[in-house]
Design a protein around this ligand. Structure first.
Ligand SMILES: NC(=O)C1=CN([C@@H]2O[C@H](COP(=O)(O)OP(=O)(O)OC[C@H]3O[C@@H](n4cnc5c(N)ncnc54)[C@H](OP(=O)(O)O)[C@@H]3O)[C@@H](O)[C@H]2O)C=CC1
Ligand SMILES: [Mg+2]
Length: 451
């Protein structure tokens, strides 16, 4: 079960307790997935997904006892930092690293683990070697889907390397196994030990400079320790009443996580936002950070959010979006600082919250529209799954950017229907019901001035 972050200590972070948690590399090598189970039966599918009927707007109940009050409002949340990593470490140490995260979902409860260990004790990891290790764990799975970047460059050129941003709802382990009811997805495909490697493989394949994640319920035992060793600085803000906590053997609350490469950016300001809807506190959160490019001195703001899900909650989402926009107005000093907002908005482009973002005074555009023939249409889907209630194919995930200050140099194409397959997502091939979105951004040269 979940332990408070202050009581948490990952075995990965604590070399001298490695014997408590470590799985040997040979054992890891021998692991092979069980054969796929027969598909679970499911009832006839209506065309549209329906969730619980929306109650009137209401605040969520008091926080669970394991979360301090300061973590729930616009408090500091949980951030961590690491030094940037040089390359070239031995694979044997990597097996130790990933094996420790494979060993179990819960953190050890030893008193010596109450204080997080010194970050300097951690060894950097070579991304290529970690990728190899992931592939070894996944050797019985089908190969990764091929996705290509689409070059979107216009006349605008930039002498600086682009900023690669990944947006991804990675699917909380507890929700995938306990709540989501993906009736065509074999339970074996959801095993964390392997699904984790599929998620890491996706991140390592595209090597984003900034990673915006939703439904993260393995921050402390997996993503923070591993990504910090790849040179990322991470921040996690859990949902106050995460539905993960209702699932037996959960690994703690899910929430948003934001990672950036420390070698490229310095953190100037970080804000954790518990979203409100018509002044009432809600169960949804966002993280907004102002970063400085180390090379150019340019400032920009990056934000990640996950809005309220389900049909019937459109007004609620719209109110949450308005609250987020208001916060971002203030953080960007009235749109002075260029902005990128990544999120699972749980809203189709026809919804009010989408229109609010598209028409806000922050001058935002949605990057993935640029993949369409006319540059005006969102992709046909960013999530595609089959629940007992039916097939759900929706466009819900977006990367918004300041259209005057930034331009999109390229965007990663989505999976085709054929790649996704008849049983949809998640699957043995792909670890989440949402596709990752990846864009390369550059500052527009004519606006290229340090703020
Ligand atoms: N104990 C208490 O008193 C309270 C408990 N809660 C718990 O929190 C939950 C609500 O939390 P909230 O964050 O507002 O929930 P949301 O409506 O935002 O949904 C939470 C998750 O459910 C997923 N989801 C969406 N549609 C479905 C579906 N049809 N079936 C299963 N899962 C779906 C979403 O994934 P995606 O975004 O990918 O679609 C999302 O990650 C309650 O169900 C309860 O479990 C909440 C408040 C009080
Ligand atoms: Mg989900």
């Amino acid at each position: 079960m979940y332990q408070s972050p202050t009581r948490f200590c990952s075995a990965l972070l604590q070399r001298d307790v490695s014997s408590l948690c470590c799985v040997s590399s040979s054992r890891l090598r021998r692991q092979s997935p069980s054969p796929p189970a027969p598909l679970r039966s499911h009832s006839p599918r209506p065309l549209s997904e329906t969730g619980a009927s929306p109650p009137p707007l209401h605040p969520v109940p008091p926080p669970p006892p394991h979360l301090a009050a300061t973590e729930l409002a616009s408090g500091p949340g949980i951030a961590s930092s690491r030094t940037a990593c040089p390359m070239g470490n031995g694979t044997s140490r990597l097996y130790g690293a990933i094996a420790k995260t494979l060993n179990g979902s819960a953190a050890p409860q030893h008193p010596e683990c109450l204080v997080p260990p010194d970050s300097e004790q951690l060894d950097p990891i070579d991304p290529k070697e970690l990728l190899e290790e992931c592939r070894a764990v996944l050797h019985t799975r089908p190969p990764r889907f091929q996705r290509d970047f689409v070059d979107l460059r216009t006349d605008s050129t930039s002498s600086h390397p682009p900023i690669r941003v990944m947006q991804w709802n990675i699917l909380a382990q507890a929700l995938g196994e306990g709540k989501d009811n993906f009736v065509q997805c074999p339970v074996e495909a959801l095993k964390w030990e392997e699904r984790k490697c599929l998620i890491l493989e996706e991140i390592l394949a595209y090597q984003p400079d900034i990673l915006c994640l939703q439904e993260v319920d393995h921050y402390f035992d997996t993503f923070q320790p591993l990504l910090s060793r790849l040179g990322y600085q991470g921040t996690f803000f859990p949902k106050p009443w995460s539905p993960c906590l209702d699932v037996e053997h959960n690994n703690g609350p899910d929430g948003c996580a934001l990672f950036f490469l420390q070698s490229r950016f310095a953190l100037v300001n970080s804000t954790n936002i518990r979203l409100t809807a018509m002044t009432l506190k809600t169960n949804q959160v966002a993280i907004a950070q102002t970063l400085e490019c180390r090379k150019t001195g340019r400032l920009f703001c990056i934000a990640v959010t996950h809005l309220k899900a389900r049909t019937g909650w459109e007004r609620f989402r719209s109110a949450q979006g308005s609250d987020l926009l208001q916060n971002l107005q203030s953080i960007t000093q009235g749109a002075e600082i260029p902005l990128i907002v990544c999120g699972d908005f749980n809203a189709e482009p026809t919804e009010e919250v989408y229109r609010h973002f598209a028409s806000s005074s922050l001058n935002l555009s949605s990057a993935y529209k640029l993949l369409s023939a006319d540059g005006q249409s969102e992709p046909p889907y960013t999530t595609w799954k089959i629940r007992s209630s039916g097939e759900c194919r929706h466009t819900l995930d977006y990367i918004w950017y300041s259209r005057q200050a930034l331009h999109v140099r390229s965007a990663l194409g989505l999976l085709t229907e054929e790649q996704i397959g008849p049983n949809r997502l998640p699957s043995f091939n792909y670890p989440s019901d949402h596709l990752s979105l990846v864009c390369d951004f550059s500052f527009n040269e004519d606006q290229e001035r340090p703020l």
